[in-house]
Design a protein around this ligand. Structure first.
Ligand SMILES: Cc1ncc(COP(=O)(O)O)c(C=O)c1O
Length: 500
């Protein structure tokens, strides 16, 4: 049954997305989004499409991230984007907010804020359960959100498992593999079984979320954890040295887990090579896409990874929603982690049967408004164009890197942006003689928000002989003036703390 709740989010179409929508309509779209018939606009055109469209996006818009978009973003376009983010208008400590902490969590556009409220105002119900109208509408919105997010990352709908965040997705996978190692899932799950002699491989630059769950899995199963090292510039060692990927990944390797983009070093890692090395020995690949899904066009099928995780809150969506991606065939062979309601077919008093993926991993009452809001965020990003966002952030990243590198006594972690290295708009740095907390506070006095500390990645800091850095991280709403203000403030911090 197709349902079409008429949810009025009441948000004006504004900024860059509004401009794009106007262009797209002019180019070929008939009819406004608010009048769209939810039954006539293709795969993502159900109730969620209606809800999303009322907020910002024209259903007729071709929003695929896979089409290269050649219109470069500039400060004028970014100014229009910024109009969609209410928080960016506020002041902090008497200065306009300069938000350079998007690597920790992103700010939210009005459309995302509105869509959650619209859902609670007009639909709210538990999904996959009730026979009543609201339950049917909520279920369709929820499943359409899954389809939207799947398309955004180049996956099939049933390969997207909702989680609370990336951390939960990685723990889900690690605990499901423990269950397989105890024999759950039978022969179908044999490929997930680990024991003494088996090896799990990670890299030295992982966020704790992609390290600690694997340490724990190794403890529970008796498997060994091995680590691919980094060179002095901050690149993953691929061939040279005993801790190079080509030497660490071998016949005993069962799983290789690594991050697409380091949240400390800012460089895009060589996914293709690592996937090739892992698959050549029959190992599974887990990609931490937390810092790539928000910033680059992502095509998980093309990357050929087996599992991936990312968090909604880093890509314009609210907290409380994330994704575990798994190849359909693998998810359907993997025993569940959380068990209980909503993930079963038949429950007896002593044993139960489980639904196929993705629902076998979605026990209990689900996070519906958050999932819908994540789909709205994906539509927002798509409407601007992930290629344009990637290019803008690369330019900001280069400006940030060069500006900081030009300040005496400032050392940036990670490789310099060059032909070999693609960097996102993020730089972690040390100012000689000043603790990162002091740098952070000095910047905050000027309204500039950055992150300080180890950024949940102690080993990579240790690798470079430090305990903490200051990290500035940009996003699609960051201007060149903001990057310049941060560079100037870092330079000024040196005279303020008398280390200049
Ligand atoms: C690279 C990377 N992986 C994993 C995570 C964990 O994300 P979350 O805390 O949303 O689960 C983060 C968050 O900072 C991250 O940057």
């Amino acid at each position: 049954m197709r349902v079409s709740p008429r949810i009025r989010a009441g948000s004006p179409v504004s900024g860059e997305v509004g401009a794009i929508r106007g262009e797209l309509r002019g180019a070929g779209g008939a009819g406004g989004a608010a009048n769209a018939d939810p039954g006539t606009h293709g795969r993502n055109a159900g109730a969620a499409g209606t809800l999303v469209s009322l907020v910002t996006i024209d259903l007729n818009a071709p929003t695929s991230t896979r089409e290269p978009d050649t219109r470069a973003l500039d400060d004028a376009a970014v100014a229009r984007i910024r109009a969609d983010f209410p928080i960016l208008a506020r002041e902090v400590n008497g200065h306009p907010l300069v938000y350079l902490d998007s690597g920790a969590t992103s700010q939210k556009p009005q459309s995302v804020i509105d869509v959650e409220r619209a859902y609670y105002d007009t639909v709210n119900a538990a999904v996959h359960r009730g026979a009543h109208t609201l339950a049917g509408e909520a279920t369709e919105l929820f499943e359409n959100a899954r389809a939207t997010v799947a398309r955004f990352v180049g996956a099939a709908d049933d390969e997207i498992v909702w989680t609370s965040n990336a951390t939960e997705g990685l723990n889900l996978l690690a605990y499901s593999m423990s269950n397989a190692s105890l024999g759950r899932g039978g022969e179908d799950a044999a490929r997930f079984r680990l024991g003494p002699g088996d090896e799990i491989v990670v890299t030295e630059l992982e966020h704790h979320a992609n390290l600690v769950p694997w340490q724990e899995l190794a403890f529970r199963t008796g498997a060994t954890l091995r680590v691919i090292g980094l060179d002095d510039e901050g690149r993953i060692r691929l061939d040279e040295g005993p801790d190079a990927a080509a030497n660490v990944i071998g016949a005993r390797t069962r799983l290789v887990a690594f991050t697409h983009v380091s949240n400390v070093l800012g460089a895009v890692n060589p996914v293709e090579r690592l996937v090739d090395l892992a698959h050549a020995v029959g190992a599974l690949v887990v990609l931490d896409a937390c810092q790539s899904a928000p910033h680059l066009p992502l095509d998980l099928h093309a990357l050929d990874v087996d599992f991936a995780v990312f968090s909604g809150h880093k890509m314009l969506a609210p907290t409380g929603i994330g994704v575990l991606y798994g190849r359909s065939e693998l998810l359907n062979a993997l025993p569940p982690f959380l068990t209980g309601g909503s993930m079963i077919t038949t429950v007896g008093l002593t044993e139960s049967e489980f639904l196929p993926a993705p629902m076998r991993f979605e026990a209990g009452t689900q996070r519906v408004s958050q999932a819908i809001a994540l789909a709205t965020a994906c539509d927002y990003l798509d409407a601007i164009g992930m290629h344009r966002i990637e290019a803008w952030e690369a330019a900001l990243g280069q400006r940030l890197y060069e500006g900081l590198a030009g300040i005496p006594g400032v050392r940036i972690l990670g490789p310099a942006p060059d032909a070999r290295t693609e960097r996102v708009g993020l730089a972690s740095f040390v100012v000689d003689g000043i603790h990162s907390h002091d740098v952070g506070q000095f910047l905050d006095d000027r309204g500039i928000a950055v992150r300080v500390g180890h950024h949940c990645a102690q080993p990579v800091h240790r690798r470079y002989g430090i305990t903490a850095t200051t990290r500035a991280s940009a996003y699609l709403y960051t201007t060149t003036a903001e990057v310049d203000a941060a560079i100037e403030a870092v330079a000024d911090s040196r005279s303020f703390f008398r280390v200049a």
